[in-house]
Write a protein that binds this ligand. Structure first.
Ligand code: ADP
Ligand code: GLC
Length: 483
């Protein structure tokens, strides 16, 4: 089976969030299931620099305002990568979506239409490879299923995976022509979304299958509250919608082998975690005390992540003897709030505004608990990282958080099933209650340790999810051959 993942991010080459982690880890996991999964990625400078020894597959002579070429190379883990080398679209500084001043690139519609177009019309190189399945990720690849429909031949089947319905890729209708879209589909049951062109909507309408990254989020997005205006469409297509929980790359996230940690540890010997905690305390200028509960946060600082709820609780955490180590970047208002909290509570609250993978690993290794108070969360990976590192997650009961953490309520504690603390609704009061329960359990080291061990033994790898994607691909190809 041959599938092409079309994505705008890929760990370890270009990452702003969990999309990169998923698109980096899924291909080798699919390969282990016998799927020949390759990846199509924009040729950003960081990617072209990192992928050496590429071959040119074909020129891309008319690529949305300029010329490009399709390159083929290999990722560090040997996954085959196709790169859209198109200087007029991708040869620039800044990030994948934003310019250095933090504004959306003005031609994002062309940049990601080009990615989607090449995904739908992948030229066969000298190895003659062609996908049977085009697997588009998020709005940036959302036009691929629509472009595929316009192919006259026996086209590959398509899957769209929603990583976040909040980002839809909406552009004014007058851009239709330059995006090679036909006005015939500019309707409510086509790619029109309230008078605009919707990239993600196009994917959801025209893909053969739709997946999202947890079963709970798959249900939530069919409701008006979480559907971001697309719930009606998703309900209409519910027969082809499914939720497949993300995994973690357990080679990147392994406390026994993590080179970003000052000491290794494992479920049967947690002593190295204490060393990680003191190093983290020193690094974040926190008082070095083993017995003070240390809460960690590694997150984008946006409305989605609910960290404003946590901000209001910082004084209470400090009063209760707790510490906070926060790493994140995002909305200027939230960044300022947490910087201020670090100033107001020096020695108790450490904040680093920025993106730092090494520090993210150290927080996961060194903290006692990780707070993820999201208002919505398609899957969430940091709580999986936390489980794997024996750092008990404190999470809101939404999306993938609800699917991956078992609350330490009386019954779950008695059954030995608990792996963290789950609260609902997403309010400061409910979060305060969960933090209070975490503080209480932390003062019982034996019980805390047994929950840590259980958390660390949870299966958070990619094997099961990759099997589910393989089954989905198979189903799709079979449906096709019997059609
Ligand atoms: P989202 O994709 O919505 O941001 P996820 O939990 O799925 O949320 O994935 C976030 C990923 O990015 C995780 O691997 C997390 O460790 C990482 N991450 C988030 N913020 C930072 C940061 N400031 N520095 C380093 N890594 C970060
Ligand atoms: C998105 C979601 C996050 C999910 C990630 C990977 O960024 O916000 O919940 O884990 O995609 O699927």
């Amino acid at each position: 089976m041959r599938s092409l993942l079309v994505t705008s991010e890929y760990y370890p080459l270009i990452k702003t969030g969990g999309l990169a982690d998923v698109c980096g880890a899924l291909p080798p996991a699919l390969a282990a299931q016998g799927v020949d999964a390759r990846v199509l990625l924009p040729g950003y400078p960081a990617v072209l620099d990192a992928v050496r020894h590429t071959v040119t597959v074909a020129p891309l002579p008319d690529l949305f305002g300029g010329q490009g070429r399709l390159l083929r190379g290999r990722a560090p883990d040997d996954t085959v990568l196709y790169l859209v080398d198109a200087p007029h679209l991708f040869a620039r500084g800044g990030g994948p979506y934003l310019d250095p001043a933090g504004q959306d690139w003005p031609d994002n519609h062309l940049r990601f239409a080009a990615l989607s177009w090449v995904g739908a019309h992948l030229p066969a190189g000298n190895d003659g490879w062609q996908p049977q399945i085009v697997h588009a990720h998020d709005w940036q690849a959302g036009l691929a299923p629509l472009y595929l429909r316009s192919r006259p031949d026996r086209r590959p089947r398509s899957v769209v995976t929603i990583h976040n319905l909040a980002f839809q890729g909406l552009y004014p209708s007058w851009r239709m022509n330059e995006l090679r879209l036909s006005p015939e589909h500019f309707t409510a049951d086509g790619f029109e979304f309230h008078g605009q062109i919707g990239f993600l909507k196009a994917g959801l309408v025209f893909a053969d299958r739709i997946t999202t990254v947890s079963p709970t989020y798959a249900r939530e997005i069919m409701s008006a509250e979480a559907g971001a205006g697309l719930d009606g469409l998703l309900r209409h297509r519910s027969a082809v919608v499914s939720g497949i929980l993300n995994g973690l790359d357990t080679t990147v996230w392994d406390p026994a082998k993590d080179t970003a940690l000052p000491a290794a540890y494992a479920a049967n010997d947690l002593s190295g975690k204490a060393t990680c905690k003191s190093v983290l305390q020193r690094r974040m200028r926190l008082g070095e005390a083993r017995n003070r509960p240390l809460f960690g946060v590694v997150s984008r600082l946006t409305q989605q992540k609910g960290l404003d709820l946590l901000a209001s609780l910082v004084p209470a955490i400090v009063r209760a003897g707790g510490q906070l180590a926060l790493l994140g970047t995002g909305e200027p208002g939230l960044e300022a709030t947490f910087r201020q909290a670090a100033e107001d509570h020096a020695g108790h609250v450490g904040v680093l505004i920025g993106y730092d993978e090494q520090l993210a690993h150290l927080i996961l290794g060194g903290a006692d608990a990780l707070i993820v108070p999201s208002r919505f969360e398609p899957c969430g990976l940091t709580q999986l990282q936390a489980l794997r590192y024996g750092t008990l997650p404190v999470v809101s009961r939404v999306g993938g958080l609800a699917d991956t953490v078992i609350d330490a309520n009386t019954a779950a504690l008695a059954d030995g099933a608990a792996t963290g603390f789950v609260f609902a609704p997403s309010t400061a009061a409910a979060l305060a209650d969960a933090i209070g329960r975490a503080l209480a359990l932390f003062s019982e080291p034996d019980r805390w340790r047994s929950i840590q061990r259980r958390a660390m033994s949870r299966d958070v790898g990619w094997t099961r999810p990759a099997q589910a994607y393989r089954a989905l691909y198979q189903d799709l190809l079979q449906a096709d051959s019997t059609a």
